[in-house]
Design a protein around this ligand. Structure first.
Ligand SMILES: [Zn+2]
Length: 176
């Protein structure tokens, strides 16, 4: 059973949980009680031992949402860069689709194992996007990715190889 805990004072994340927690549990078989925490990037410094256990320096890279498995009492965390989401002009459904993508990372790890996915970032992103498609939010995810691609926050290489690559696969233009 997956429980999603929101630590951000923004109703959009509470609404996401009310709307999607059941559907997520219908699509992920998780026997143990697992909590996925939604926190803001502003909380990294003060949230448990999170800062010391994060492997990447999330302070410098422009992410809107990311999923992480820290090595502290918090096992699963989705970190949201609220400011960047605002700058990208993410709608409610953009937020929902992006959050489902992050939960898709959890699902993909359960299905395929962390080691395989750590060595294949494209596969990891692809599978997480497939999870969003399965839950019926593919169009909304494309909308969020298009906003990211057009934002000017990412290098042309990153847009082409990471963001547009995913849009192409979500629109079924190209196989993996
Ligand atoms: Zn991802």
């Amino acid at each position: 059973m997956i429980k999603i805990d929101n630590h951000i004072e923004n109703k959009i994340y509470d609404d996401f949980i009310s709307e999607f927690e059941n559907l997520i549990n219908q699509n992920i078989v998780e026997k143990s009680e697992t909590t996925i925490n939604i926190i803001s990037s502003k909380m990294i410094d003060s949230f448990c031992e999170l800062k010391q256990t994060l492997k990447t320096d999330y302070g410098s890279s422009p992410y809107c949402f990311c999923y992480n498995i820290p090595d502290c009492e918090i096992k699963h965390v989705i970190i949201v860069n609220e400011e960047l989401c605002k700058t990208m002009n993410f709608s409610r459904s953009d937020h929902y689709a992006a959050l489902l993508h992050e939960i898709g990372h959890f699902w993909a790890i359960q299905e395929y194992g962390k080691n395989i996915l750590d060595n294949n970032i494209s596969l990891s992103e692809y599978l997480s996007d497939k999870f969003v498609l399965k839950l019926g939010m593919g169009k909304e995810l494309i909308s969020a990715l298009q906003k990211m691609s057009a934002s000017g926050f990412y290098t042309p290489d990153y847009c082409k190889n990471a963001i547009d690559w995913r849009i192409d696969r979500l629109t079924d233009k190209l196989p993996l």
